[in-house]
Design a protein around this ligand. Structure first.
Ligand code: G6P
Length: 386
């Protein structure tokens, strides 16, 4: 398939703009489009992932293995699987897990997340799990249960694991992952909602409300793209000389802080750290001064005030505070020097929106520096060696 830039300066920017469409495709593929709470009474599930029920029988825990951006999607997944479905979930770097796997526990679902389906470390970690868990025919609850989340079902991953969630993002050319990340997070919403429904961990009404929110995401994403891109392009001018960035978030937006920092490192070669905002006082605050901008994701919900007060600690060190936060929140407006507004939305769904300004910020800083955004130095789209 010949993929073109269609008037965009780089594939990465085109792929950022494709994200609302990708979310629509995922909604279509994973969810029952007109499911309501009443359907629970006739046991009609909200999702149709087509996964075999034995993957989930007596499920006790979930292990996620991945690398890079896919690992960040895994962290969002952990939040959803634990906070919605109530399943204990651990997230492992594949390169670490393959040499120091967790003890074999019963009834464990192992999820490999890999956009390409070809990342050597991720494949090796899954092969290792498959091998060490085989031969337990006397003890079937220890047998491997493997699930892959990938944008390439026909890949090596597809050959290795029997069950796949296809992320439907279309081919991604830019080395820095954008639309495939958003699609992986959508796959985790679907999986978490599927499990929540099976385990009756939330009421049907709560699930219906989440589905309504998910269906509104593409329009919200379009709004962020339309209203913020020019502004972020302008904002990028301010960072021509900047050498370090800090990204802060908490809860479900902590992995988005990590992802924002990774995007910036990958394509603009600026040193950046993502931190859970409450940990800043235990070390990274020592880095702060007027030359280090701090980008904070602050969405109303369980940790809003906490994040704002963490950001204020950074202000006391003269750092420039940039907030990704809803427009109409006065406390946030008072806290940040610069606002990147996003729509008001359920905190649980917010990563799909909050990641967009961070992708655009990384993109425009790199493009402004004249860097090769789609082919950054030293990086490969997929790393097929250890
Ligand atoms: C490479 C890419 C990253 C990607 C990582 C994992 O390092 O440059 O963008 O996140 O591999 O790739 P995967 O295909 O396994 O998701």
């Amino acid at each position: 398939v010949m993929v073109e830039k269609q008037g965009f300066k780089h594939f990465m920017l085109k792929e950022i703009y494709e994200q609302p469409g990708v979310v629509r495709a995922c909604l279509e593929a994973y969810f029952d489009g007109d499911w309501t709470a009443a359907d629970a009474a006739i046991d009609k599930p909200p999702t149709h992932l087509g996964l075999p029920p034995d993957l989930f029988a007596n499920l006790q825990q979930i292990e996620i293995v991945a690398c890079g951006t896919s690992w960040h999607a895994g962290l969002v997944g952990k939040y959803l699987l634990e906070q919605l479905a109530g399943v204990t979930t651990t997230v492992h770097y594949a390169s670490e897990c393959r040499y120091a796997p967790p003890p074999i526990a019963p009834n464990t679902l192992i999820i490999g997340v890999t956009q390409s389906g070809e990342t050597a470390d991720t494949l090796a970690a899954l092969e290792m799990e498959k091998k060490r868990r085989s031969g337990f025919d006397q003890n079937p609850e220890l047998l491997p249960r493997l699930l892959g989340i990938t944008n390439r079902p026909e890949s090596s991953l597809g050959n290795l694991v029997a069950s796949i969630i296809d992320t439907h993002a279309g081919i991604e050319i830019g080395v820095a992952a954008t639309k495939t990340f958003v699609a992986q997070v959508m796959a985790f919403y679907a999986l978490a909602i599927d499990l929540t429904y099976r385990r009756q961990a939330k009421s049907p009404e709560q699930l219906e409300q989440m589905l309504v929110g998910l269906r509104q995401l593409p329009a919200h994403m379009e709004l962020v793209l339309e209203s913020q891109e020019r502004y972020i392009e302008e904002l990028a001018h301010d960072f021509a000389e900047t050498q370090d960035f800090i990204f802060l978030g908490r809860g479900i937006n902590f992995p988005i802080a990590l992802e924002g920092a990774l995007k910036l490192k990958e394509i603009s070669y600026i040193h950046a750290e993502g931190y859970p905002a409450g940990e800043m006082k235990h070390g990274p605050i020592a880095l702060l001064d007027a030359k280090v901008p701090v980008v904070t994701i602050a969405m109303p919900g369980s940790v809003f005030e906490k994040v704002l007060s963490n950001a204020q600690e950074a202000r006391a060190r003269d750092a420039r505070l940039i907030g990704v936060t809803p427009m109409d929140e006065q406390d946030a407006a008072d806290t940040f020097d610069t606002l990147i507004p996003v729509p008001h939305i359920d905190e649980m769904l917010s990563p799909i929106l909050t990641v967009i300004p961070l992708q655009l910020l990384a993109y425009h800083i790199a493009a402004r520096r004249g860097l090769d955004v789609d082919q950054p130095r030293n990086l490969a789209k997929s790393v097929t060696v250890e």
